[in-house]
Design a protein around this ligand. Structure first.
Ligand SMILES: [Zn+2]
Ligand SMILES: [Zn+2]
Length: 222
């Protein structure tokens, strides 16, 4: 993608859909040229769970303005983002609108003056790297199928939007918990032995005393 930044002298193919000519614009500062276009989405517009499929339609509104250093491009792009819901993994499809502005500098006679920025190649400019970067930055980090997506059941993975709010698991009959108990039958017994050594006669009187007043207090009320 960034080859047009690193190698500004590479030849641009004017037939590529994201290569635009500034011939009509001219170089008189203040001259403005606007155009709209539908272009194919550049490759690798993808981040996390969302992306813009390569080649899908991107609506572009372009405004090119000649300034003293080059051509200032102001662009608005509209693309369809596809992905997976971050909570339930269902397919997500949503529209993303981005605006960006880049200066494409006039080529310097003694080589590229600014290797970091974009540069015109003759009368042509390649909008693909700038469009790619703007779209990637606009991708949703955690796309949702709907704002209040309840996600998946942490116990069984069922979609809570499908199985309903009553869906739940009784811990007493959870089959996985039952198998754990069967796998380690001696665990509860050894814990009980340890507490007997530590308690050693001090705990039992206090436990009995707590139960006694509680029981006797309940009876007079009735
Ligand atoms: Zn969802
Ligand atoms: Zn469940």
């Amino acid at each position: 993608m960034p080859q047009s930044r690193k190698h500004p002298l590479a030849r641009l193919d004017p037939r590529k859909p994201l290569v635009f000519s500034t011939l009509d614009l001219g170089r008189s500062p203040g001259s403005i040229h606007s155009q709209t276009a539908t272009v194919p989405a550049p490759p690798l517009v993808h981040a996390g769970l969302a992306g813009v499929p390569e080649g899908s339609d991107v609506g572009l509104d372009l405004r090119m303005a000649a300034v003293s250093e080059g051509v200032l491009v102001t662009a608005a792009a509209r693309a369809q983002v596809t992905g997976e819901c971050a909570r339930c993994l269902e397919p997500v499809r949503q529209q993303v609108d981005v605006r960006f502005q880049e200066l494409f500098a006039y080529p310097a006679d003694d080589g590229p003056a600014d290797a970091e920025g974009y540069a015109l190649q003759g009368d042509l400019l390649d909008l693909e790297p700038a469009l790619h970067d703007a779209l990637v930055l606009a991708l949703p980090l955690a796309p949702l199928c709907r704002e209040d997506c309840p996600g998946l059941c942490v116990e069984c993975g069922a979609q809570l939007a499908v199985v309903g709010p009553e869906h739940g698991h009784d811990p007493a009959i959870d089959p996985r918990w039952a198998s754990l108990q069967q796998a380690a039958p001696g665990l509860a017994g050894s814990e009980r032995d340890g507490s007997d050594e530590n308690g050693n006669g001090q705990r039992e009187p206090s436990a009995g005393g707590a139960a006694g007043p509680g029981g006797s207090a309940a009876i007079p009320d009735e």
